[in-house]
Design a protein around this ligand. Structure first.
Ligand code: ZN
Length: 337
């Protein structure tokens, strides 16, 4: 009897070993991710079933990023490309179009959000793209849940044997995103209603504002060189003073000049306005391995930066939400307004 069990175990081991051997002989499907968010979504949904190449690093502006020769080579040998879409990757248009005409699966994370009618229109990306959908849809975690499900479905097309695995991982992660949304909603509601205005250097936060019931004012494109720019900056200075907004924010992928001119304008009228304790993540997440290098950490990091800059404590971090909130994001800075 004992011997039979041993034989059975050996046999099972052999199958497993054989399975591994087969898996090693078949190269894993190769999927290229354009943005840091796309890479994070792929890593979470795929487990170890695919090989992932991420093109953009931390702090890179995807609006301006031009694919390198190495990027184009990687995309040419990939089985699938996962990108954000809605013209976020402004320099990728021709490349993605050409790849789509070949036997390469091209997946836009924004597709299910657009289909569901959750995109916000009236956005201007450049002279060539005005009145388009705002591309920063991922800042509402409920939109990102649709993208996560979409990744699972698309990866299953590439690797049908993994379909159940992808679906399960996506469902598990979307429970995490529920926890994140609830935590962030509670946190962002702590700021007094009439002060809930996020003033930043770039129009990346409309979805974030809608998700958490905040007004958003961006400064991107406002030039202080011309008269209109000066008038716009002055209008924002007046607004910030009138609403008693204590703090303005700078983002990781955008130069801080414009925000500085608003601060100077307010200071000239005797109002000292602070700058966020840290930069906000806008179009790029933090470095891999850092808390902000994950979608959860990027969003929670922004919420922490906003709340701490207001001098407010954060709600308790949910036990089951990964990764855990680092201690330095929990402490309220004594210098805060
Ligand atoms: Zn942007």
């Amino acid at each position: 009897m004992k011997r039979n069990i041993l034989v059975a175990l050996l046999f099972t081991g052999l199958l497993v070993a054989n399975g591994r051997l087969v898996a090693q002989e078949d190269p894993l499907p190769l999927v290229v991710a354009t943005t840091t968010q796309a890479r994070d979504a792929l890593e979470i949904v795929s487990g170890e079933r695919i090989e992932i190449i991420g093109l953009m690093g931390a702090g890179v502006d995807p609006h301006l990023y031009r694919p390198t020769e190495a990027d184009v080579r990687a995309m040419n040998r990939a089985d699938a490309i996962v990108y954000s879409g809605l013209h976020l990757e402004g320099q990728f248009g021709d490349v993605l179009g050409a790849l789509g005409e070949r036997d390469i699966l091209v997946v836009a994370l924004s597709d299910p959000v657009k289909k569901a009618g959750f995109t916000i229109g009236g956005f201007t990306l450049s002279d060539a793209f005005s009145n388009v959908d705002d591309p920063h849809f991922w800042f509402d975690p409920r939109n990102w849940q649709l993208s996560i499900d979409h990744v699972a479905v698309q990866l299953a097309l590439l690797d049908p044997a993994g379909a159940d695995d992808y679906a399960e991982r996506a469902a598990d992660y979307n429970v995490q995103l529920d926890l994140l949304f609830d935590w962030a909603s509670e946190a962002m509601a702590a700021v007094p209603q009439d002060q809930r205005v996020l003033v930043t250097s770039h129009d990346a936060f409309q979805y974030f504002g809608e998700a958490f019931d905040w007004e958003v004012r961006g400064l991107q494109g406002l030039s202080t060189e011309d008269e209109a720019g000066v008038a716009d900056v002055q209008a924002l200075v007046d607004f910030v003073i009138e609403r008693d907004i204590p703090v303005l924010f700078v983002e990781s992928s955008v130069p801080p000049n414009a925000i500085e001119s608003v601060r100077e304008g307010a200071a000239a009228q005797g109002h000292d306005i602070g700058v966020g304790l840290r930069e906000l993540y806008s179009d790029a997440m933090g470095a891999p391995g850092d808390f902000g290098g994950t979608y959860v950490g990027m969003l929670a990091g922004n919420v922490s930066t906003i709340l701490q800059s207001w001098g407010l404590p954060l709600p308790a971090w949910p036990d089951d939400l990964q990764p855990p909130l680092p201690d330095e994001l929990v402490e309220v800075d004594a210098q805060a307004p």
